[in-house]
Write a protein that binds this ligand. Structure first.
Ligand code: GLV
Ligand code: MN
Ligand code: MN
Ligand code: MN
Length: 418
């Protein structure tokens, strides 16, 4: 931004990418990592950062860093992600990135300059936060911190059989360099991620409006992220003809899968605070007149107590074995990822609350790169009110006034921490 330009609003920044990655079939946006849509958003980010005089670099793990001030140890870092779930909303990820860019404008308009007598500021964009393409959420931050083995990450495959190593190489990231990067981490003195709230925490906490923009609390400070993990069931049966195979003669893995899904729902409903979901299931080969030979089914389980998460998965596994045996099938279970419950840095939490008076502290069931970074560097989060309380859906929403307020809230926080 030149000194004569007005600061960009978050809503205008988001408006400028509102056509990128729209998914007509599902509604909302599908922006998987390294898809045309996500790459277009990365270019948009580069251009916007460069217009503001920031220097953009891509690190060994494909994380974008836009530097205001020299690339230095112990800098203040903010950012989020630009990839989405299939048919996701407009705000999950891009809100934090757009707010960071707009906050830079606000700071410049206030005469605050990072890197000159203050710490440097970097805005980051993490790849594959959702794990929509390669199965493991927060893959970029897990690699950066060493929370995932680099070989495991390199060998992850997408639905078309492309490996993460191949996709990285195709997009200018040398796969041999993937993995823990202590040098990059040492540049993060503190990390703050601003994000749309993905549940009803803020609207339910709002005593006045029940969620209308402009009243109550538009922002919360992150307290903790529930422990969560992903598992994959593989159920094998006998593929066969839908018309010639009598009901008594079948070994149908999709019938076992249906019983497993019910067991997931019942097991989680019986435990306070638990959330368990089957959101993806793949019958193979997948034909209307074909009894499947195999079913793959993915399970997502979350609970504040990691031991309860483990107990839930164990119970579901036991019930899956019974369901499979009843149908003449076999079942195996593989853990794909597991993240313990993390509390955000208490010192940073208190600073964020002091800088945003009145903001409540909210825990969340959603995973974030800030949660992965929290195990290594002081990290915190800000959540912006979502009047629908719905996320990972086209119905995710942020009022325009709240989106624009996000830049001011983030600027206040960054100015206070710089
Ligand atoms: C990512 O948004 C997750 O919490 O699954
Ligand atoms: Mn997100
Ligand atoms: Mn998400
Ligand atoms: Mn997330």
């Amino acid at each position: 931004m030149s000194s004569t330009e007005r600061p960009a609003t978050v809503s205008s920044l988001l408006g400028s990418i509102s056509d990128v990655g729209r998914d007509a079939a599902r509604g909302g946006y599908s922006r998987p990592v390294y898809s045309t849509a996500e790459l277009d958003l990365r270019s948009w980010f580069r251009d916007e950062a460069q217009r503001r005089g920031l220097e953009v670099r891509t690190d060994r793990n494909g994380v974008l860093w836009a530097w205001w001030g020299p690339e230095a140890q112990d800098s203040l870092v903010t950012g989020s992600h630009l990839d989405s779930v299939p048919g996701g909303g407009a705000f999950d990820g891009p809100l934090g990135v757009a707010a960071a860019l707009a906050a830079v404008d606000v700071l410049k308009a206030r005469g605050v300059t990072a890197g000159q007598g203050r710490r440097s500021l970097a805005v980051t964009v993490f790849p594959e936060e959702e794990g929509s393409r390669f199965g493991i959420a927060c893959l970029g931050s897990r690699l950066l911190t060493g929370a995932i083995d680099a070989d495991k990450a390199r060998n992850l495959k997408d639905a078309e059989g492309n490996s993460y190593a191949e996709l990285s190489a195709r997009n200018g990231v040398d796969p041999r360099g993937l993995g823990a990067d202590p040098e990059a981490l040492s540049r993060i003195g503190q990390f703050v991620e601003l994000h749309v709230e993905q549940g009803r925490g803020l609207i339910d906490a709002d005593p006045i409006s029940g969620g209308a923009a402009g009243t109550g609390f538009p922002v919360a400070v992150g307290g903790a992220i529930l422990g969560h993990g992903r598992w994959k069931f593989s159920i094998s049966g006998q593929g066969n003809h839908a018309g010639t195979t009598l009901m008594a003669d079948r070994a149908d893995p999709l019938v076992a899968a249906a019983q497993i899904i019910l067991a997931v729902q019942k097991t989680a409903a019986a435990r306070d605070g638990a959330r368990a979901t089957v959101g993806r299931i793949l019958p193979i080969p997948g034909g209307t007149n074909v009894i499947a030979s195999k079913v793959e089914l993915w399970l997502d389980v979350r609970h504040p107590d990691d031991a309860v998460t483990a107990a839930i998965v164990q119970k579901i596994h036991g019930q899956a074995q019974i369901a499979a045996a009843n149908e003449g099938c076999t079942v195996s279970l593989a853990e794909e990822s597991l993240s313990p419950t993390v509390g955000f840095d208490m010192g940073l939490q208190r600073r964020l609350q002091a800088l945003l008076p009145g903001a409540p502290v909210l825990d969340t069931g959603a995973g974030h790169d800030a949660g992965i970074l929290a195990s290594v560097v002081p990290s915190g989060m800000l959540f912006i009110r979502n009047p629908t309380g719905i996320s990972h859906s086209p119905q995710e929403q942020v009022e325009e006034a709240d989106a624009d307020y996000a830049a001011t809230a983030l600027a206040d926080v960054l100015e206070g921490l710089l």
